[in-house]
Design a protein around this ligand. Structure first.
Ligand SMILES: [Zn+2]
Length: 350
């Protein structure tokens, strides 16, 4: 997704982050209750925003960055009555903005700690920007992240690369993105359009580029053993999915293939203002849904309801249904099969 960046987004770093840190610290830390923890602030956070599962020898942690709302007027390709019918089917009110989660994923792969997307930081207001807090809540440190894979360079996926001083929020990580995506947003011809979104992307990537810790690839180039890249253009020119495979179990992290689960699984033809090339975005979504449903792939999406992990079921007339995995607190030692919600073992294949 891409939102119009807030004016003075970078000035907000200085104001927003200390406050946000204070709020979240009171909600999660296990210290004895103090005055602040008995306040409403402590109650407003339902739970730490992470969810863990195993995938063969890998451990995957879904990380919640926060939520935002999509106004219905930015949806295209479907009449108002059909949108209302889709929302009613999902038990959602007719006229309300669409609630949308912003998720990122951390994958422990042997010696590598791989983060897919970096959240919105303070670029889009206080309902987002919780990623680094939730990395710590999940028992990891931002300093331990070795590799960051960017699905695309909209602010809700890259702003979190930089800290409140504009420095690397993940100081030991190398950031990867598709060559086409980098050319669009960072290239000399300023193909990103010179918009606020371009400035946001450039500011987020700048510290890594300066430190020579930014690299590009051309899909389907693999980045690490068990990690393939998949070109999924349309939402942005170099939009990329990442396929993780361990012991024949697979997880496909697809970025922004679906922004509204209430509408776009049943009506994949719906595009958004955020789509760089709406026709291509729709074609890519239809292809991706058919492919992931047909292969029974476990899928994770940046804007699916947190933790945003599940399967896709094909229905009649080119429609699909999202089937989220079931919650479980049981985590077997890596490599042991049988956990509910774990990816079904699949024969190796494309
Ligand atoms: Zn997005």
């Amino acid at each position: 997704m891409h939102f119009a960046p807030r004016r003075h987004a970078y000035r907000m770093f200085a104001l927003g982050v200390p406050l946000l840190g204070l709020v979240l610290a009171t909600a999660v830390h296990a210290a004895p209750p103090g005055p602040s923890e008995s306040s409403e602030t402590a109650v407003q956070s339902a739970s730490p925003g992470y969810y863990r599962l195993t995938l063969g020898d890998f451990t995957v942690t879904a990380l919640y960055d926060g939520h935002t709302r999509i106004p219905q007027k930015i949806l295209h390709g479907l009449g108002a009555a059909d949108i209302e019918a889709s929302l009613a089917r999902a038990f959602l009110p007719a006229a309300a903005p669409l609630n949308t989660s912003v998720n990122a994923y951390l994958v422990e792969m042997d010696k590598n700690l791989v983060l897919v997307d970096a959240g919105a930081a303070n670029c889009f207001g206080p309902t987002l920007g919780k990623l680094r807090h939730n990395i710590r809540a999940a028992g990891h440190r931002p300093e331990a992240v070795t590799t960051i894979l960017i699905t695309h360079m909209h602010g809700d996926h890259v702003c979190g690369l930089a800290d409140e001083q504009g420095k690397m929020a993940f100081p030991n990580a190398t950031v990867w993105a598709a060559k086409d995506e980098a050319a669009h947003w960072l290239g000399q011809d300023n193909a990103g359009g010179g918009s606020g979104a371009t400035e946001v992307a450039r500011a987020a990537l700048a510290p890594y580029i300066s430190a020579k810790k930014f690299k590009t690839f051309v899909p389907p180039e693999p980045i690490l053993p068990g990690l393939l890249t998949v070109a999924t253009p349309g939402h942005t020119p170099g939009h990329t999915g990442y396929l993780f495979t361990s012991r024949a179990q697979r997880l496909y992290i697809w970025g922004d293939i679906v922004h509204s689960q209430a509408i776009q699984f049943a009506r994949p033809e719906v595009s958004l203002d955020f789509d760089h090339d709406p026709r291509q975005a729709v074609a890519t979504r239809k292809e991706t849904l058919a492919d992931t449903a047909g292969k029974r792939l476990l899928v994770a999406g940046a804007h699916l309801p947190f933790p945003g992990i599940g399967h896709i079921r094909a229905e009649a007339d080119g429609k699909y249904q999202w089937v989220p995995l079931e919650f479980s607190q049981q985590l077997p030692p890596p490599g042991l099969p049988g956990r509910q919600g774990q990816a079904a073992p699949l024969k190796p294949g494309p």
